[in-house]
Design a binder for this molecule. Structure first.
Ligand SMILES: Nc1ncnc2c1ncn2[C@@H]1O[C@H](COP(=O)(O)OP(=O)(O)O)[C@@H](O)[C@H]1O
Ligand SMILES: [Mg+2]
Length: 536
C-alpha cells in the first residue's frame, strides 16, 4: 500500500495511503522513518512518527506496512538494550556509529547468533499443542520452547543452532517457532488473574518494612527533582527478588543510563549470584532521543515483560519516569489538535494509564504456569506538586505510593520516602507472610516503629516552643530513639554495602532499636538518668 506525504506537523505526518487501519505501522519519506497511524479521516491518515521528522518534505513517498507496532520475543532479549521501538542499540551502533541513522531497518533479535538447544523430545514424537519440546540455554536462563500445534515432530535440532534457522519443524512443514511476534498495544492473554499475595522483596528497608510490595502489584513514587527517583529505581532493579527485570529509561538523562549500564555489567544478582545483566532487559528512550518513540517505549517494555511472565517467571517492570511518557502523549495529542484536558494533557490520560497498570498482576498462563508482572514507576511532577494530573492519575490505580520528600532529600535522608504520607494497600495482607517467614514480631514492630515516629513528630512541635531541654526524660527518650530509627534504619545509602538489606536483617535492626527503647523506658521509670542510658 503506497501513498504520499500530504503534510507535516511536528512529530505527526498526514499521508494518503488507502486502506490503512488505526495503529498500522507506516514508513514515511525517503529516509523510511517509522510511525503509527493515530487518526483516520476521509482521504487521509495521520501518522505519529517515532523519529525526528526534520528533513521530511511533502510529496515524499509513504508505505503502509499492514501490521501494528510489533515486538519480537525470544532468546536474546536478556542482557539486551533496545530503544522504544525495540531496535537493538548495540548492534545499531556497531553498524552506524554512535549517532543513529533514522529509518534503518534492523531486526531486534540477531538471526546470526548461535544458541544451544537441549531437546526434551525427539523427531517422530507425537505431541499436543503447547507441549514442552526443550529449552534454549540463554546464559543461566532456560528458555522453554513449546509445540506450535498438535502433530508429529519432523525435525528437532540438538546442540547449537542459529536463530535464523530455528530449532525444527512439525510434520506438514510448520516451523517450531523460537521467535514470537506480538503487537505492543495489546495485552498478552492468560487464563486467569489472581489477587497477589506474595511479597516482592526490594531490599529497601523502608519499603519492605513499612510499605511492602507484592509480586504482581503496582507502585509509584513521585518526587521533585533530586529526590532520588533514579537512584531508587536503579537500586530496586539491582536487588529486587524477582527472576527478570525490564528497566525503561523513559525521557530521563542519557548519561545516567550509560552509567547504569556500565555498573550493571559488573554486578551480580544477590539472589542467584549470576551476572545481573543476565536477568535484565533495558529499554532506553532518553531525553536526547525522539519524543514520539517514548510514548511507545513503555508498551514495548511491558510486552517483553509479559512474555517472561507467560514463561512462568516473576517479572518486574521499572520505568523512570512515567511523567516523561505522559509529556510525549501530550505533545502528540497537541499536534493532533485534540481537545486538551487538565494542564494540556489529553482527556484520555487517566484511562491510558489505568489500562497500562492493568497489565500488571499474577496470572495463570495459557500453559498452566504461574507468572507475575509487577510495576514500579517513578513520577516527576513539575515543581514537586503532587496535585498535577499525572500523579493524580497514577494514584487512582497504583497499589502503593511512596512520596519522595524534597525536605528529606535536602537533609540527605535517602531514600527520601515520607513515612507519614506514603502507603501500601498490600501491607495488611503481607504481615502474616512476613510473620511466618521472618519473625512473629514483624507486625508488632511495624506498629511500634510508626507510633514512635508519630510521637516524635508531636514532640518536635512542643520542643520548638519549650526547647528540647524543656521536655521530660521519657519524651526525650522517644526523640532519641526515633532519630535512631530515621538515621540508622530508614536511611539506606545506595552507594554502600547497606544498599541491599534482607528482611531478616531489616527485622533484626528495628528489633534492636525498639527493644532498646523498652529497656530504657523501664529503667527511667525506676529512676535512672537518661544521660546514663544513652551513653554508648
Ligand atoms: N539512596 C541514596 N543513597 C545515597 N544518595 C542518594 C540516594 N538517593 C539519592 N541520592 C543522592 O541524590 C542525588 C539525586 O538523586 P537522583 O536519583 O538523581 O534524583 P532524581 O532522579 O529524583 O532527580 C544523587 O546523585 C545522590 O547523590
Ligand atoms: Mg532522575
Amino acid at each position: 500500500m503506497k501513498g504520499r506525504i500530504l503534510g507535516i506537523a511536528g512529530p505527526t505526518v498526514s499521508v494518503d495511503i488507502p486502506g490503512l487501519k488505526l495503529y498500522d505501522m507506516v514508513q514515511v519519506g525517503k529516509a523510511g522513518l517509522t510511525g503509527e497511524v493515530v487518526r483516520l479521516e476521509s482521504g487521509h491518515a495521520v501518522v505519529q512518527v517515532y523519529e525526528d521528522t526534520r528533513g521530511l518534505a511533502a510529496n515524499e513517498p509513504a508505505l503502509g506496512m499492514q501490521l501494528p507496532l510489533t515486538v519480537e520475543l525470544g532468546p536474546g532479549l536478556l542482557c539486551g538494550m533496545f530503544d522504544g521501538l525495540q531496535r537493538p542499540l548495540e548492534r545499531l551502533r556497531d553498524r552506524s556509529g554512535p549517532l543513529l541513522t533514522p529509518g534503518e531497518p534492523i531486526l531486534p533479535l540477531d538471526r546470526a547468533r548461535v544458541w544451544r538447544f537441549a531437546p526434551a523430545r525427539r523427531a517422530g514424537d507425537q505431541v499436543r499443542a503447547g507441549d514442552f519440546l526443550g529449552e534454549v540455554h540463554e546464559g543461566a536462563f532456560r528458555h522453554p520452547i513449546c509445540a506450535p500445534c498438535a502433530g508429529r515432530i519432523a525435525r528437532l535440532s540438538t546442540g547449537d543452532f542459529c536463530l535464523g534457522e530455528g530449532v525444527g519443524e512439525m510434520a506438514g512443514g510448520r516451523e517450531i517457532p523460537v521467535i514470537v511476534r506480538w503487537p505492543v498495544r495489546k495485552a498478552r492473554p492468560y487464563r486467569e488473574k489472581f489477587s497477589p499475595t506474595r511479597p516482592l522483596v526490594t531490599g529497601q528497608r523502608c519499603i519492605d518494612f513499612l510499605f511492602p510490595l507484592v509480586l504482581g502489584g503496582t507502585a509509584i513514587f513521585p518526587g521533585g527533582f533530586g529526590t532520588g527517583k533514579t537512584i531508587l529505581e536503579q537500586a530496586i532493579a539491582k536487588f529486587a527478588a524477582v527472576d527478570i527485570v525490564v528497566y525503561v529509561g523513559c525521557g530521563e538523562r542519557g548519561n545516567e543510563m550509560a552509567e547504569l549500564l556500565e555498573e550493571f555489567v559488573t554486578l551480580s544478582d544477590p539472589g542467584s549470584g549470576r551476572p545481573l545483566m543476565q536477568r535484565t532487559v533495558v529499554v532506553v528512550n532518553t531525553s536526547n532521543m525522539p519524543v514520539a518513540a517514548r510514548e511507545a517505549s513503555i508498551y514495548t517494555a511491558v510486552t517483553m515483560a509479559e512474555y517472561y511472565r507467560d514463561l512462568g517467571y516473576h517479572v518486574l517492570l521499572l520505568a523512570d519516569s512515567i511523567s516523561r511518557w505522559a509529556e510525549a502523549l501530550r505533545e502528540i495529542s497537541a499536534s493532533l489538535e485534540e481537545m486538551p484536558g487538565e494542564e494540556g494533557y489529553p482527556t484520555y490520560l487517566t484511562s491510558r494509564l489505568a489500562a497500562f497498570f492493568e497489565r500488571a498482576g499474577v496470572v495463570e498462563t495459557l500453559g498452566g504456569k504461574t507468572g507475575s508482572l509487577s510495576m514500579i514507576l517513578s513520577v516527576s511532577p513539575p515543581g514537586g506538586d503532587f496535585t498535577e494530573p499525572v500523579t493524580q492519575a497514577c494514584l487512582r490505580t497504583a497499589g502503593a505510593f511512596f512520596m519522595l520528600d524534597t525536605s528529606l532529600a535536602h537533609r540527605r535522608h535517602f531514600p527520601a520516602i515520607n513515612w507519614f504520607q506514603s502507603y501500601s494497600l498490600y501491607r495488611g495482607d503481607l504481615v502474616a507472610h512476613f510473620e511466618g517467614e521472618v519473625s512473629p514480631r514483624w507486625g508488632e514492630l511495624q506498629r511500634r516503629c510508626q507510633k514512635l515516629l508519630q510521637r516524635e513528630e508531636t514532640l518536635r512541635e512542643v520542643a520548638e516552643i519549650v526547647g528540647v531541654e524543656g521536655l521530660q526524660d521519657a519524651d526525650r527518650l522517644v526523640m532519641t530513639v526515633s532519630e535512631r530509627i530515621r538515621e540508622r534504619f530508614l536511611c539506606q545509602n545506595a552507594f554502600s554495602d547497606d544498599a541491599f538489606c534482607a528482611p531478616q536483617r531489616t527485622l533484626a535492626l528495628i528489633a534492636e532499636l525498639v527493644d532498646f527503647y523498652d529497656l530504657a523506658e523501664g529503667k527511667l521509670k525506676q529512676g535512672a538518668l537518661l544521660e546514663e542510658l544513652l551513653k554508648p
